[in-house]
Each structure stands twice: as C-alpha cells, then as structure tokens.
Design a binder for this molecule. Structure first.
Ligand SMILES: [Zn+2]
Length: 419
C-alpha cells in the first residue's frame, strides 16, 4: 500500500484534527469534506504523545493508513504541536511531520504584567546584558514609530509598553529563532512550515505584544511562519464552549488579524479550539482565510461516547477510574471544574446519564483531563487495559464512531463558515 505523505498547506485556511487513539481519521475526513478548510490529520503535541505513550511515527502512520484506505488524494498536513526543544523537532521531523508548532512558553516572563517602571527597566538591562537582541539597536526599531496596520488602525509603542513586551516576550522570540533554525536544519531542504504558539501563558496577548512578537519573528528571520497562536481574552477551557465577553473577544481578534496581516501575512491559530461554538461565527467572519483551528480532546470524547453507547458497563468503569484520577490529573490544566463537582456527579448507568458525562461541563472536563491516565494506566477489574477495550469497541463499531465524529466536528466547521 502506497502511503500518502503530508505537505505544507501555506496560507490556506485550515483545521487540525488531533487523534489520540489513531482511529478517528475516517470521521475527520468526512467532517472536513466540502468545507473549504485544508485538513491537518496528524496533529499531536509532545505532551499528548508522552501521556498516551505513542511515538511521532505511530501518530503519522495511523493517519497515513486511514487516508490510504479512503483513497484520499487531496493535500493534507501533519502538525508536530507544542515543540519546546530542538530535540522535539528532530524526533518529529524524522517521522515526516512538516508543520512545526514552536512553543516558547518556558521563555515567556509572565511576571512582566505586574512590574513597575523601574522593575521593567532593570529587567530590560538584564536582557541587554545577555545580548538577547544581538547588536541590533532595537529601541530605534520600535520607539517613536507608528505601525500603520491599515483600516485606520495605527499602533505605537510608548517606552513602558515596549519594555513590558520586551521583558515578557524578548527571550521567547530568541528561543523561537533557535527553534526555527533547528526546524530548517531538520527539514533538510524538504518543505516545511512553522507556527508559533504563546497560547499557554498566564495572561492574554495584548495587540502591542503580538505586534512586537510578529516583528521580531521577521527581524530574526524565522522562516516559513504560517500562523501564530495568541492567548485570547476570555476563557478557552478544555472541552467546553467559550466563556467571556464575545464582543470584546471579536474586537481583540480583529486587531490580532490586522497584526498578522501586517507582520506576515500569517494565519491566526486558535488553540484549545474544541467546542468553542459560541465564538466560531465571529472567528470565521473576522479571520476569513487567515485562520487555523486546533482540536483534539473533543474527538477523544466522541470515542468515549461510542463506548458509552455500545458498552455502558465498560464506560461506567472508565468513568469511575477517571473520577479517582481527577485531583491529580487536573493540575496541569486550566479548567473551572472542581473536585466537589466531580464528587457530585452521579455514576454512569446508561443512556440517561450521557448528557451529564459527555455533554455538560463537569463530565466533559473530568474525562478530558484524565485521558493520559485512562489510556495508559487504566485497567478494568480483570486487569484488561481500558485502551485495549476502547480500541476494540471502536474497531467493531467503526460506523458509529465515524458518524459521531463527522457530526460533531462537522458542527465546528459549519459554525466557522457561518459568520
Ligand atoms: Zn496550544
């Protein structure tokens, strides 16, 4: 069987379908057909691969085999998501990934938001001492200039704005350049494209901070940047709808898109894009073609819905296991569901309990944050791994799995096109 290979998708609007179990591509393919979005079928972060004990090659092969059996001949992408080190780049490039998402969040100084003028000046002096900008006269590149983003939108850096942006993101832009060089080297002359993500930081990315970041990517020569993921205002929690002021969100998004057009052009990437139904029409309307959306957890929850429908007792066991893992597993996630709410969730006894476990916030976030434990450590009373049981049920009920995924992800895409 000839396996299809992923290609860079450039500035086409695109949608990422993360697949943690390796059986979701047929449903994803059905969801994306005819929507005008270019698909990314292999998309997994280093963190997800660690938590599911899958290798980059496993993730790639699952997508390739599904696409080969479906006879898929259109361009598709493969996203090595949230790469933090040059070693992450090498591992994923070796497996054939060609879209690389740089995550420089370890080099973002979240404390900058709360610093006083003198504290910022001292922090900037440190960056100068460390030659973070090399020999560049960086103040002159930014201060006293108006950056005309078109449509009457001009942005100017005051000294304090600039210092705050520099302290918050200066070292992150330097790391992005290091990663960019590692990616170009690992691609070895083959086609590749780059996204930079700062979505996993404490505070929203202000328009001036995005402008600084985008201009630095250009000044530092980071190659083939096709998208940037800011941290948006409001809450993009895992597995549930957008929470926050949609009018303010849309106004800020408009500025981000204007900045992306000015600095790139590159696309705006919406991470934790699963289930943000209330925000999608605005996202589609404001971004137009300069849009990439990433989802992953929502497809895992549809897989569990298959289990809940065809094997309620198995789902019930998984559900109770996850309940026991919540306190530990929730720690690396930004979610609003509390331990008290988890304790108050009734057991799964059958179809009538499906909304509480698979449609509403508490159940969805519980299942979402515990995926790694459920898929690696979790086992039933007889010692059979949950993962093996889930994979067997999904294989036996491939039609239902495909139908649920096509319906649920299709709803994402329809709303993105509804703006
Ligand atoms: Zn992300």
């Amino acid at each position: 069987m000839q396996l299809p290979v992923p290609v860079p998708l450039g500035l086409k609007k695109s949608f990422g379908f993360g697949d943690r179990l390796g059986l979701a591509t047929p449903g994803h393919l059905e969801a994306v057909r005819g929507t005008g979005f270019a698909p990314i079928f292999a998309q997994q972060s280093i963190r997800e691969m660690t938590r599911t004990q899958r290798t980059p090659a496993d993730v790639m092969r699952a997508a390739q085999e599904a696409l080969a059996s479906a006879g898929h001949a259109e361009p598709w992408g493969a996203d090595a998501d949230h790469l933090k080190t040059p070693e992450d780049v090498e591992r994923t490039a070796a497996a054939g990934f060609c879209f690389f998402t740089i995550d420089p969040s370890a080099h973002v100084n979240n404390g900058a938001d709360a610093m006083s003028g003198p504290e910022l000046a001292a922090a900037v002096a440190e960056l100068d001492k460390d030659r973070v900008f090399g020999e560049r006269a960086w103040r002159q590149e930014y201060l006293g200039r108006t950056f005309d983003l078109g449509t009457g939108m001009g942005l100017r850096f005051g000294e304090e704005d600039l210092y705050r942006a520099v302290v918050k993101y200066g070292r992150a832009t330097e790391h992005a350049a290091v990663m960019g060089r590692a990616i170009a080297a690992a691609a070895g002359g083959g086609g590749f494209e780059i996204e930079v993500s700062v979505d996993e930081t404490d505070s929203p990315t202000r328009p001036l901070e995005h402008l600084f970041f985008g201009l630095e990517l250009r000044a530092r020569g980071v190659p083939n940047v096709v998208s940037l993921a800011p941290r948006f205002i409001g809450e993009f929690e895992k597995g549930i709808d957008y929470r926050g002021d949609l009018v303010a969100f849309e106004a800020a998004l408009r500025q981000h898109v204007a900045i992306a057009r000015y600095c790139g052009p590159y696309k705006i990437s919406v991470h934790s894009g699963s289930d943000k139904f209330a925000a999608y029409p605005a996202v589609g309307r404001v971004c137009g073609d300069l849009l990439h959306v990433k989802t992953a957890g929502t497809s895992y929850l549809e897989a569990l819905r298959v289990v809940a429908r065809v094997a309620p007792a198995v789902f019930g066991e998984i559900a109770e296991y996850c309940r026991g893992r919540f306190a530990v597993d929730r720690q690396s996630y930004h979610i609003s569901t509390t331990e008290a709410e988890i304790a108050g969730l009734g057991p799964y006894r059958g179809k009538a309990d499906e909304p509480a476990w698979l449609d509403e916030r508490v159940g969805r976030q519980l299942l979402h944050v515990t995926f790694g434990s459920a898929l690696t450590l979790g086992a039933d009373a007889r010692g059979r791994r949950f993962k093996d049981a889930i994979l067997e049920l999904l294989t036996e009920n491939a039609g239902l799995h495909r139908e649920l995924l096509a319906g649920h992800l299709g709803r994402h895409l329809t709303l993105l096109n509804a703006g």
